[in-house]
Design a protein around this ligand. Structure first.
Ligand code: 4AD
Ligand code: MG
Length: 474
């Protein structure tokens, strides 16, 4: 098996030059810029970003998405196909040479056109023009061709990779928690129901006296709002586990921070009884993953938008406030807010952002939350039964980015807090009944994390195909 795959990819395994993992598409601009030398013959395929015609030659800025950098392609006028314009897809072949400034460029002797791109036909982007994110968002299907968005997509890809890399290096085991589930983990009723479209199928499956909506699974079924409960099952046996996948919330919010479908990184750690340890786990994740990101793709991070994001927080300890301390700060500053603090509503976005500023514009942990505004699974505080050992991490410009807690081990207390949608949780009690251990964990909103490190403002601009109320196009 192995020798066979080695033969199929000889350049990858045997090349004396250091190569990236691009085995199927041997030439990419990234590979050329990193690994090729003047005089190499190459063929590059990509999209024309801009072009300039001079007396004898045409100069093309070509990009293929492998990097934010463009490769300058020079071709004599007489070899330049007429219908090549910005946005067109082409293949360029020739020899690499060094520009007067020492940059690698391609002296092409042949350009083939794959697809023309005629702006007059309705292509919505002109070369070199700046477009607002809201404008670009109208063309989700064409957005990956926009340089800034391509940078974001590479940043997102690297972030996915380094999150796995960091957690695996810390001994966490990746668990694929289900997308279809019969529980509403957060108990807030923000769940999408899932039923088969075919009524004939449902009729053929329904048992007498039972609801046709539940015929397929014999239970109501939802898209997951969190994989936490399944992670808790996995942690009892595997110890340190995580999941990183799509998560769904049926909230009628069109805010710049909410999506109906987003990605959540969730981790659960067994034998974890101490809130301070949970906070360190979260702080270390955020700092280490971000350091890896700056190491791997700082250029792309900086290219996502005009302003350079600030990473001073990487060298600071994250302050910790209790919920009560936070409320006192808010009450002391009541006149600053458009809406004052109301106990039944908890801390609003405006309050979150204020608390972050108040603490020096660094990420802030808020711990020990009122039990009545948090989900059923959170562990009671020992010294105050109205509070739970929950944590939210608030960050500059965004507010809440992580939610987590220690988990309640007392089945009676859990039963008292359960809502209707979580009536079928016998298995959850078994975790405590048989070899139960204290666990704790958290969920990091992946898109909010991307907003935080890129400095972008709207969550719809950090996911390729955003879904939000009234918008599920494509
Ligand atoms: O605070 P949440 O609801 O926590 C949980 O779901 C826990 N079960 C996680 C755990 O302990 N395993 O969600 C976690 C994070 C939030 O802090 C936020 O960053 C993000 O998920 N999030 C959203 N992101 C985008 N759009 C939405 N509608 C979001 N709702 C939550
Ligand atoms: Mg939360």
């Amino acid at each position: 098996m192995y020798s066979c795959s080695l033969k199929r990819f000889p350049s990858f395994f045997n090349s004396s030059r250091k190569r990236n993992y691009c085995r199927e598409v041997p030439e990419s601009i990234l590979n050329v810029l990193k690994n090729s030398a003047v005089g190499d013959e190459v063929n590059i395929k990509g999209w024309v970003k801009s072009l300039r015609k001079q007396k004898e030659n045409v100069f093309i800025d070509l990009n293929d998405g492998s990097t934010g950098q463009k490769l300058q392609v020079i071709i004599p006028q007489n070899l330049f196909p007429k219908n090549v314009s910005p946005g067109a897809s082409i293949s360029a072949s020739g020899l690499l040479k060094s520009s007067p400034k020492g940059q690698i460029e391609l002296n092409a002797n042949e350009i083939k056109i794959y697809g023309e791109c005629v702006i007059a036909d309705g292509y919505p982007f002109s070369p070199k023009k700046w477009y607002a994110p809201e404008y670009i968002r109208q063309y989700l299907h064409l957005r990956p061709r926009i340089n800034r968005f391509a940078s974001l997509m590479r940043t997102r890809s690297t972030a996915t990779f380094v999150i796995h890399e960091y957690l695996q290096s810390e001994g966490y085991i990746n668990v694929h928690t289900p997308i279809l589930t019969s529980n509403d983990c957060e108990g807030a009723g923000e769940i999408f129901r899932v039923i088969p479209e075919s009524k004939d199928l449902l009729k053929s499956m329904v048992k007498e006296g039972e609801s046709i909506d539940e015929a397929f699974f014999n239970t109501k079924t939802f898209l997951t709002v969190s994989g936490q409960l399944h992670l808790e099952a996995a942690a009892h046996g595997l110890n340190k586990v995580y999941s990183f996948g799509p998560t769904f919330r049926a909230e009628n919010s069109r805010s710049r921070l909410h999506l109906a479908e987003f990605y959540m990184l969730e981790a659960e750690v067994a034998f974890l009884e101490d809130m301070q340890k949970l906070l360190s786990v979260i702080e270390n994740l955020l700092k280490n993953v971000t350091k890896l990101m700056l190491d791997r793709c700082e250029n792309d991070i900086n290219s996502c938008q005009e302003e350079k994001p600030d990473f001073n927080w990487l060298n600071k300890n994250f302050p910790i406030l209790t919920y009560d301390e936070s409320v006192n700060i808010l009450k002391d500053n009541q006149p600053v807010f458009s809406e004052g603090y109301k106990p039944e509503e908890g801390i609003s976005k405006e309050h979150e952002l204020f608390l972050v500023k108040h603490c020096g514009n660094v990420p802030v942990f808020i711990i020990n939350w009122p039990k009545n505004i948090k989900p059923f699974y959170m562990r009671e505080c020992q010294d105050d039964r109205t509070k739970v050992q929950a944590v939210d991490l608030l960050v500059p410009g965004i507010g809440e980015i992580v939610g987590g807690s220690l988990r309640e081990t007392d089945c009676e207390k859990i039963r008292d807090s359960l809502t209707h949608n979580n009536s079928q949780l016998d298995w959850y009690f078994d975790l405590r009944k048989y070899g139960g251990v204290p666990t704790g964990g958290y969920g990091l909103g992946f898109e909010r994390y991307l907003l935080f490190i890129t400095g972008l403002k709207n969550i719809k601009d950090v996911i390729p195909f955003p879904r939000w109320p009234h918008n599920c196009n494509m």
